[in-house]
Write a protein that binds this ligand. Structure first.
Ligand SMILES: C=C1C[C@]23C[C@H]1CC[C@H]2[C@]1(C)CCC[C@@](C)(C(=O)O)[C@H]1[C@@H]3C(=O)O
Ligand SMILES: O=C(O)CCC(=O)C(=O)O
Ligand SMILES: [Fe+2]
Length: 367
């Protein structure tokens, strides 16, 4: 097993990243002026790097600390018990140690527990049911805590989508609701054990999430770095804040009008150009998690995803205004399948995915 990463991935972050801090209080209370200000700040963040922090987000801080406590309870279990819920090939859900079942090099120094969250017509608590059916009675409280946590994340995620739409001047708010509201989100608990050789290892390698919106909470240890202004910079933990970043299916796939606009802001001519080359590895959108010699670190990542089978394509009005489409339409289900089976989601995922999509006639869908 190889936990040693190439030197170019390991350059230290010597500066603090001034992630824009967005106070959501006024927006959540429906205050127009506050909404305008928050939207302006988000728009500025999106036009440079796509990372921002939200405070006064309406999520009870005790819900967050309960999630950490429950996650500790799981990762402290004996390895046999954790392996009893291991992630199986082709599935997104369960426990994984260093992704060693999928990869053989550049292994991340972390353990993860991932489970699905979606709303449903019968109001079944999917997370509670997941914990019940996999870990049994001892984890009933954990299931309930994570069910509440995911509900709060989904609500916050949809609110952030709304403000993103406002900040980009998009009036078709129904379009993103149609794409994302019924999607199946991914909840992931990241546990990074302390590491004797933190200078050669990484907890999560440099990447851009393939999902739509990531709402991340990190504990007080620190270790989240973003690549902005051509250098690695560290994001100081704030217990009262969530770090939000927009992923490939929001930014790069031009899936909704908001998306198209984000890309227009970022790179001129991007609708035609879409510059995601190998040589842009470590460009402005990448982030990573480093590990610590003395302290273990934890983070809670909630990934808002498009609905599995909805076709992601630029909306017609943007298309007719900004030119021809260079990439084939695809669904989130296909991109997810690709990230799980063919290539790790860190380097030029989309470029490789498009090549794969063009060369395969896949109709498979992950469970
Ligand atoms: C769809 C997904 C793939 C990953 C989990 C979710 C969203 C983020 C992706 C990931 C975290 C990006 C970095 C690499 C990765 C392999 C990891 O380190 O965990 C990615 C996840 C994965 O494939 O399991
Ligand atoms: O642990 C972190 O701070 C980042 C984790 C991450 O990027 C992820 O799970 O996608
Ligand atoms: Fe990530």
């Amino acid at each position: 097993m190889n936990f040693v990463w190439p030197k170019e991935y390991l350059v230290n972050a010597n500066e603090e990243f001034q992630a824009p801090l967005i106070d959501l209080d006024g927006f959540l209370k429906g205050n127009k002026e506050a909404t305008k200000n928050a939207a302006k700040l988000i728009s500025k963040a999106c036009s440079t790097h796509g990372f921002f922090q939200v405070i006064n987000h309406g999520v009870d801080l005790s819900l967050i600390s309960e999630a950490y406590d429950q996650m500790d309870g799981f990762f402290k279990l004996p390895i046999d018990k954790k392996l009893s819920v291991r992630k199986m090939k082709g599935s997104m859900w369960g426990y994984s140690g260093a992704h060693a079942d999928r990869f053989s090099s550049k292994l991340p120094w972390k353990e993860t527990l991932s489970f699905p969250f979606h709303d449903n017509d019968t109001f079944e608590p999917v997370v509670t049911n997941y914990f019940d059916s996999t870990l049994g009675d001892d984890f009933q409280q954990a299931g309930e805590a994570f069910q509440k946590y995911c509900e709060a994340m989904k609500k916050l995620g949809m609110k952030v989508m709304e403000i993103l739409a406002i900040s980009l001047g998009v009036d078709k708010s129904d379009y993103y609701k149609y794409l994302f509201e019924d999607g199946c989100s991914i909840m992931r608990c990241n546990y990074y054990p302390s590491c004797q050789e933190p200078s050669v290892a990484l907890g999560t390698g440099p990447h851009c999430d393939p999902t739509t919106l990531t709402i991340l909470h990190q504990d007080q240890v620190g270790g989240l770095d973003v690549f902005a202004d051509h250098k690695w910079q560290t994001v100081r933990p704030r217990s009262d804040a969530f770090v939000v970043n927009i992923g490939d299916t929001f930014t790069d796939r031009v899936a909704a009008s908001i998306q198209a606009k984000v890309r227009c802001v970022w790179k001129l001519g991007i609708i035609n150009g879409f510059e995601y080359h190998f040589d842009r590895l470590f460009d402005d959108l990448f982030y990573r998690a480093v590990v610590n010699r003395y302290k273990e670190r934890r983070s809670l990542a909630f990934f808002l995803c498009p609905k599995d089978d909805k076709v992601l394509r630029p909306p017609q009005d943007i298309m007719s205004r900004d030119g021809t489409k260079q990439y084939p339409d695809f669904t989130w289900s296909q991109l997810l399948q690709f990230t799980q089976n063919y290539y790790r989601a860190d380097e030029a995922t989309l470029q490789n995915f498009i090549k794969w999509l063009k060369s395969s006639k896949t109709t498979n869908h992950l469970p």
